[in-house]
Design a protein around this ligand. Structure first.
Ligand SMILES: Cc1ncc(CN)c(N)n1
Length: 224
């Protein structure tokens, strides 16, 4: 069994909870409160600034030129395509790019991005991929599931988001990360696979926390 299949099977219970989080479900139904989506967009922009750095680290850790080039193009598409979607939504919400970049990260955004970057900087390529994969893979799956909801992809606010994450281009990104993780773990020991599983589990859990943080618009409770 490929390592990605093992991960996907084993973590289905959490994966399902992520996909059935009210934020995701309400986006599909078009009933999600606009302020929650606005909050998500700003935090997700801050998240993506840090997430994109993982691709730069991946390029530095790549062992061949083709993989290095692929990481470089993922860095480019995250910054200039995925984040362009956020900049476009921000404009619609009357938020300038400067305000977007200078927004305050929530505790969950800080914890998630710092964990991923810690793993990416201190581990090898397989640790880095295990950390970033739930991000690419779960959004791809969520995008596809929401696109299958009648009318969801045409929603005036959430349709654009659904179309981006259910696109063929985004699917290719996720698939490339899955294939590379399978490749680099081909002859890994059971002990190594268990360590990687833990990293994948942690960022899968962070994905849930991120939806929850956005749904509750949760910043620092002691500041309120
Ligand atoms: C929190 C989070 N996770 C995943 C993705 C998809 N790149 C995202 N934009 N934001």
């Amino acid at each position: 069994m490929k390592f990605s299949e093992r991960l996907h099977t084993k973590l289905q219970p959490i994966w399902r909870k992520n996909h059935s989080h009210p934020f995701v479900v309400e986006m599909g139904k078009g009933t999600l409160a606009e302020e929650k989506f606005r909050f998500f967009m700003v935090q997700d922009y801050l998240y993506l600034i840090e997430y994109a750095k993982l691709f730069a680290i991946g390029a530095a850790k790549a062992e061949d030129v083709e993989t290095m080039g692929r990481f470089a193009s993922l860095l480019d598409s995250t910054m200039n395509e995925e984040m362009a979607l956020h900049r476009q939504y921000a404009k619609q919400f009357g938020i300038t790019e400067k305000e977007l970049e200078e927004a305050e990260p929530s505790p969950t955004t800080l914890a998630y991005t710092h964990y991923m970057l810690h793993v990416g900087q201190n581990g090898g390529l397989s640790e880095l991929l295990a950390a970033l994969l739930p991000c690419a893979w779960s959004y791809w799956e969520i995008g596809r599931e929401l696109a299958a909801v009648p009318g969801a992809a045409d929603h005036p606010l959430y349709g654009e988001w659904i179309r981006m994450y259910s696109s063929e281009e985004f699917a290719q990104t996720a698939q490339w990360c899955i294939d590379l993780l399978d490749d680099v773990t081909g002859d890994a020991s059971e002990l190594t696979l268990q360590k990687l599983e833990k990293i994948f589990l942690n960022t899968t859990r962070f994905e849930y926390l991120f939806w929850d943080m956005a749904y509750n618009e949760a910043m620092w409770p002691m500041d309120e």
